[in-house]
Write a new protein. Sequence first.
Length: 301
Amino acid sequence: MNTQTDEYRKGLLYALGCYLIWGMFPLYWYPVTGTAIGADQILAQRICWSAVFALCILVIKGQAVTLWQAVRNRKLLLTFVGSAFAISLNWLVYLWAITNNHILDASLGYFISPLVNVLFGFLFFKEKPNRTQLLAVVLAVVGILWLVVPAGYIPWVSLLLAGSFGIYSLLRKRAPLDALTGMTLETLVLVPFALAYLFWVAQRGGLVFGSLALLPLAVLIGSGVVTVLPLLLFAAGAKRISMSDLGMIQYVSPSMQFFLGLILFGEAFSLQRFTGYAWVWLGIAVYLFGAVLAKKKARVI
């Protein structure tokens, strides 16, 4: 086995590990479902523990200087303030969704997220989509409209997840920092707000962290690890495999979440909703087909 092939396989395993962890998130957060703690406090705890873990890893890897340089760059810092609030909205909506029986909606949000990125790339970076990408976006829009009109269901969770992550991706594209340093900076930006919110909740007698059972407590403390670890795996995978490969592997996560929501958690899924989702899946199939064709053409050239 040559070194290049070995590195490629490692990259696939790293990337797959990342998306498998993200796909298992509904199971990870399940112990806090039904407890007294709401998505707001879960988010605040996740931000704090993620900042602690990310900062520790950053120091261990000797990248603290990179973080300090980013903090001193006002323009870069402002960009990360924006991306921090975008990802915090994404986390809040997702945590609310999986703790309130909306896992299917969450999966739909991440199914359409790459197509939202195509749309944002066109709107903000003048990246002209090819015909398959354009068709994929149109099919996804048809699916969303089907859910809104014939099915009478507004998938606000899906739209907020896809939209907030699209804005996050847009801002991160303008900020040249590696995944770990960027996440550390984002969580550090959010920590004062998270701590202030937890203090405010505690003053009102609503803080439940100390009264939780051992397992939900461990889930909150461990949230820093499960937030940062997939990012490290993603970064390691992205160095070794192409973006087109990453683009195809990314659908492992929403697919897992969809089947967990449907089969394990037993969420309702009517024929009308299935039809809307089917249009979106058709759009994704077209998107992936176009990516495979583009990859083959690149190899020929």
